[in-house]
Ligand binder design. Structure first.
Ligand code: FES
Ligand SMILES: [Fe+2]
Length: 431
């Protein structure tokens, strides 16, 4: 049970200051439980992409915080997000990662639910008392499910603001990511790289928006792998007088913004036919040609890394989804984002780039995971070190409307993430 007494006096929001955050917010299991209620049950959470469930009857299983859910497309094409627990006695209904089925049958006593979550059959139903009605025992569903450019979000909060309001400034970057595909939608159905670490979910959230670490943590990737692949280390994009930025977009969403780099000048303008055809497809799909050129120039996730708070990251060729498991255990799913209506070699190159950085034999993610483990080792055993520092760039932050930005190696994005954390944690009475 949640140890709320502990926090009556200390007041969790007070543990987030403008330039520092208390270690308890990472290492205390009671904080984790409160986060699952106040963040994962109160705001929009990413649950999957429409390309993973294209056909009637398709489903995938995932989580909202720690709560297991099924994302399904019913026989009429409607999306549903339902808690993956039988209404009889709570047995997990569906054990597959994804599949296609008209029904979900509980393995314990055989109750049958359809793709909308309705209870459609109860074995030996005469044994239920007369007042029993199957209408009362459909699966628990999130009251809110919405899709934006194929990215499906759900919320347990009936009063959550509309998804587009929640996305706010982040929506334009989801647009650019999707519009790099000539169909206007990426395809996440090719598979997933999974990794896990001993540590808190917020470590991966912060790391995804951390422009300070790559040149150090990923030194071998820049100096060996990229030198080998493209003849340039590219470390300069996150160091020195780089024009790249750390950006807080509002609502916790954030960006590492590389759009000011002229990638053509860096990587050369010569393109194979498949790339020219791909770009022609992008132009043909979009009415605003100025915007089309910007989409091509920025090249989706190469031009920015986007965090859609709390659990979705669009980064390079990849969609990263963060799953909190316990306060000290986190799983991360990384999906290669393929493009539709392009030559196979374009997507093969995207998968190869994904493999270069992610997975057990890759050159990027293992470095980050090692840092998460060392950070956890230090943080969780050192109560004498109470505060973590988030002050980089606070003296050179620029603000325009809700958006704040500064140098890529600054912690502007992180301060935005923590402002949102504090807002959500203190938003409503904890029940
Ligand atoms: S627990 Fe599912 S039918 Fe009994
Ligand atoms: Fe990293």
């Amino acid at each position: 049970m949640i140890n709320r007494e502990r926090y009556k006096a200390t007041d969790l929001p007070a543990l987030v200051k403008a330039d520092r955050v208390h270690r308890d917010l990472f290492v205390d299991p009671a904080v984790f439980d409160i986060e699952m209620e106040q963040i994962y049950h109160r705001t929009w959470v990413y649950v999957g992409h429409e390309s993973e469930i294209r056909n009637p009857g398709d489903f995938k299983t995932t989580t909202i915080g720690t709560e297991p859910v099924i994302l399904s497309r019913d026989q009429k094409g409607q999306l549903h997000v339902m808690v993956n627990a039988c209404r009889h006695r709570g047995v997990t209904l569906c054990h597959q990662d994804k599949g296609n089925s008209k029904f979900f049958v509980c393995a314990y006593h055989g109750w049958v639910f359809d793709g909308t979550g309705s209870l459609v059959n109860v074995p030996e139903v005469a044994g239920q008392p007369p007042q029993f009605s199957t209408d009362d025992f459909g699966l628990i569903k999130t009251p809110q499910v919405e899709s934006y450019r194929g990215f499906v979000f759900a919320s347990f909060n009936v009063d959550v603001p509309p998804l587009v309001d929640h996305l706010g400034e982040a929506a334009q970057f989801i647009d650019m990511f999707a519009d790099l595909s000539p169909s206007g939608s990426v395809d996440l159905s090719s598979g997933v790289t999974r990794y896990q670490y001993t540590g808190n979910w917020k470590q991966q959230v912060e790391n995804s928006m951390d422009g300070y670490h790559p040149a150090i943590t990923h030194h071998s990737f820049f100096e060996d792998v990229l030198m080998d692949r493209i003849g340039k280390s590219m470390a300069f994009i996150v160091s020195g007088d780089s024009p790249a930025k750390s950006v807080a977009l509002g609502n916790g969403h954030s960006l590492i913004d590389f759009r000011d780099f002229d990638r053509k000048a860096i990587l050369g303008a010569d393109k194979p036919k498949s790339e020219l055809d791909w770009h022609a497809g992008v132009r043909a799909n979009l009415t605003d040609q100025e915007y089309a050129e910007e989409v091509i120039r920025v090249n989706g996730g190469d031009g920015f890394n986007l965090l859609v708070y709390p659990n979705l990251v669009l980064i390079n060729n990849q969609v990263r989804v963060i799953h909190p498991v316990t306060f000290d255990h986190t799983e991360v799913f990384a999906y290669p984002a393929l493009l539709e209506n392009v030559a196979d070699e374009i997507n093969v190159a995207r998968v190869r780039a994904h493999e270069d950085f992610y997975g057990p034999a890759s050159f990027g993610a293992p470095d980050d995971i090692e840092m998460f483990k060392r950070q956890w080792h230090g943080l969780s055993r050192s109560p004498s070190m109470q505060w973590l520092l988030y002050d980089r760039g606070s003296h050179r932050e620029q603000q325009e409307g809700p958006v704040r930005s500064s140098h890529v190696s600054d912690e502007t994005a992180h301060r935005g993430i923590w402002r949102r954390w504090r807002e959500l944690i203190s938003a409503q009475e904890r029940t």
